[in-house]
Write a protein that binds this ligand. Structure first.
Ligand SMILES: [Zn+2]
Length: 162
C-alpha cells in the first residue's frame, strides 16, 4: 500500500507526526466540470475540517487530477495557514503515460512530492538545488532526478522552523 508506506516514512523526516489520509474521498464541490479536474484550494479547505486540533498537519493523497486557476494542472498544493497539503497521483502514476505500473517508481515520486508539499507547511520555500527533495519539480523527469533528502541548506532551515 503506497499510502501506508508513506505514513510510516514521512513523520520521521520532519521529526513530528503528520496525519496522512488513507483512501481520501475527494470533495465533489471541488470538481470543475469544464476542466474535468478538481480545484486544489477547495480540497485543502475541506481537509482542514478533518483536523483534530489547529497544530495538526494533514496530507491528502488523491487519485484525481487537481488544478489551480493559473496552471494547467498541479502535482500538489499546500496551505501553510491551514496546515493542509495534497498530492495527486494522477500524473505520478506510470499508467498516465501509457506505461506499465511501477510501484517502486510511483512510491518514490509520491514520497518526494509529499515531502516537498509538507515543507511548505513549515514555511520553507522551494529549493533551487535540483538534487534536493524540496526542489520545485515540474515534470516526472525532475522528480525522478531529484533525491529523497533535503540538501544541507534546507535541513538547516527546517531545524530553525519546525
Ligand atoms: Zn534544498
Amino acid at each position: 500500500m503506497l499510502v501506508n508506506r508513506l505514513a510510516t516514512n514521512v513523520g520521521p523526516v520532519f521529526g513530528r507526526s503528520v496525519d496522512i489520509l488513507k483512501g481520501m474521498k475527494i470533495p465533489e464541490e471541488a470538481y470543475n466540470v469544464i476542466r474535468n479536474q478538481y480545484y486544489a484550494s477547495i480540497v485543502l479547505a475541506k481537509l482542514e475540517r478533518v483536523k483534530a486540533n489547529p497544530r495538526e498537519l494533514v496530507l491528502g493523497v488523491a487519485e484525481e487530477d487537481i488544478y489551480l486557476p493559473d496552471e494547467a494542472y498541479v502535482l500538489g498544493h499546500s496551505d501553510p495557514l491551514m496546515g493542509t497539503a495534497i498530492v495527486s497521483l494522477f500524473k505520478i502514476r506510470q499508467e498516465f503515460y501509457g506505461l506499465p505500473e511501477d510501484d517502486a517508481k510511483v512510491y518514490g515520486r509520491l514520497f518526494k512530492q509529499s515531502i516537498h508539499q509538507l515543507a511548505h507547511l513549515f514555511n520553507m520555500t522551494s529549493c533551487r538545488n535540483p538534487k534536493c527533495v524540496n526542489f520545485y519539480s515540474q515534470d516526472m523527469f525532475d522528480i525522478d532526478t531529484k533525491g529523497e533528502r533535503f540538501c544541507d541548506l534546507c535541513k538547516r532551515e527546517l531545524l530553525e522552523k519546525r
